[in-house]
Write a protein that binds this ligand. Structure first.
Ligand SMILES: [Mg+2]
Length: 128
């Protein structure tokens, strides 16, 4: 099964770097979708089957936190795993998001191997 992954970040450079890491994972990738803020991320999520979201927190128009909260209110999106990829130093936001079910958090600038491991872990089949 090929995985569709959505990268939500207002930085084109970061999206490019994340994409590069994804291509090196060896995972079978379907579409790599991109959005530059939370609002656009939700639009993409509502129009495509997405297996994993990699989300920045600090973005214009709609933050990653607000996007994740919207996802959790939507039964179609609440089960989609999210990994936060952010330079956000606010530990409080991170703990709130973990409590809400965010899978993992990786701080920017991220290490390619760490990101690859988190992505592989998030997409691994749940134990029976
Ligand atoms: Mg940002």
């Amino acid at each position: 099964m090929a995985f569709n992954i959505l990268i939500v970040d207002d930085s084109t450079t970061t999206r490019g770097m994340v994409k590069k890491v994804l291509k090196l994972t060896g995972l079978e990738l379907g579409e790599i979708l991109e959005a530059s803020n939370g609002l656009k991320g939700l639009e993409v999520l509502r129009q495509n089957w997405v297996d994993l979201v990699l989300a920045d927190l600090n973005m214009p128009e709609m933050t990653g936190q607000a996007m994740i909260e919207e996802m959790l209110k939507d039964p179609m999106l609440s089960q989609v795993p999210v990994i936060v990829v952010s330079s956000e130093g606010d530990q409080k936001v991170i703990s709130i998001l973990f409590e809400k079910g965010v899978k993992d958090f990786i701080r920017k600038p991220f290490d390619a191997n760490t990101l690859r491991n988190l992505v592989e872990k998030a997409l691994a089949p749940a134990p029976a």
